[in-house]
Design a binder for this molecule. Structure first.
Ligand code: AHR
Length: 324
């Protein structure tokens, strides 16, 4: 298996950056580029790494970053975007909490001629010209990868049926919608695989634990598999499973998404079976794209990151290579 990560179209972006570096002192190079960034919140290990990556990349690129934490609330993001417009930043970037409800504020940014870059999560807007590019993972594919791993596992399992409980991410968010859809696409029609409960755990450990407790109360030993839309919810659920006197990773097979260090530790301890990688290290790509946009260069509408799948068997070997 190849665990190296490569940015699709990254070469094109890198080329843009090289060219920018050799241009005859463009106007924007005389004063630092100013980016207003609205972050979802601090709900997960993934998000903490994503924030660190963006802040670090801004510092290295000499970009002035105006950072606002929305605490998982769309209204806070709308306020932050309006404030960035009022401050006349060069670029507005944000990772949208949910997919819908962005048309009005993004039209305001467009009217103010401030380009918008999306990172991590997508939006559902009537006019695609309201943002320049989306930099982030393919969440549907992540759901498919989780489903494929389980379908393979099911083939080898002697059980007639595997009952699955699903911990969904934040309601209305792109990763929750897409990871659910990708997973369902793969397991649909598989007579062995049955989702018996599905509920949101809001991408947090605390909620993941709370909802898993409720699943266990309602279903008890009937649960064979947990599919969690992120590692933090899986880690919270592991606690609930242990407190219920069951062995996570053995009595209940656990599949999650992100590939954070906490998930690798859980796999090494035999409590998690597999994590599908979702890279939060988007800072350098955001800075490259922002510089290109500011310089009037074309950037691809979608910049996707290639990611791997890490089953428990490779966890100990891969752990030292993990960067988040
Ligand atoms: O949008 C990416 C998702 O948001 C990550 O999988 C999750 O951990 C985070 O909170």
């Amino acid at each position: 298996m190849n665990f190296t990560r490569r940015t699709i179209l990254g070469a094109a972006l890198a080329a843009c950056v090289t060219t920018i570096g050799t241009m005859a002192t463009p106007a924007f190079a005389q004063k630092p580029l100013v980016i207003g960034f609205s972050q979802v919140g601090a709900e997960s290990e993934w998000r903490t790494a994503n924030t660190a990556s963006i802040k670090d990349a801004a510092k290295k690129a000499g970009v002035t970053l105006k950072f606002a934490d929305a605490q998982q609330r769309q209204e806070n993001q709308v306020k932050a975007i309006r404030s960035f417009i009022a401050q006349r930043v060069d670029i507005i970037a944000f990772s949208p909490v949910v997919e819908s409800g962005w048309d009005t504020v993004l039209r305001e940014a467009k009217a103010a001629r401030i380009p918008v870059i999306l990172t991590d999560r997508s939006v559902n807007v009537s006019d695609p010209s309201l943002y320049v590019t989306l930099i982030g993972s393919d969440f549907v594919e992540e759901g498919r990868k989780a489903g494929r791993w389980l379908a393979d596992y099911a083939k080898k399992s002697p059980a007639a049926t595997l009952n699955i409980v699903e911990l969904q991410g934040t309601v209305g968010s792109a990763p929750a919608i897409d990871r659910k859809a990708g997973f369902e696409e793969i397991i649909k029609g598989n007579p062995k695989l049955k989702v018996i409960r599905t509920q949101t755990g809001d991408f947090t450990r605390a909620k993941g634990k709370e909802v898993m407790e409720a699943f266990l109360k309602a279903q008890g030993k009937n649960i064979n598999v947990l599919y969690a839309h992120n590692d933090d919810m899986a880690i919270g659920a592991i606690q609930a499973i242990e407190e219920a006197g069951l062995k996570p990773g053995k009595d209940i097979i656990i599949i999650s998404i992100d590939g954070v260090k906490g998930a690798f530790e859980a796999m090494i301890a035999g409590k998690l079976n597999v994590t599908v990688e979702c890279s939060p290290l988007l800072g350098p790509q955001l800075m490259e794209a922002a510089a290109a946009v500011k310089a009037g260069k074309p950037v691809p509408k979608r910049i996707v990151v290639n990611e791997g799948v890490f089953p428990a068997e490779v966890a100990a070997k891969e752990f030292p290579n993990r960067k988040y």
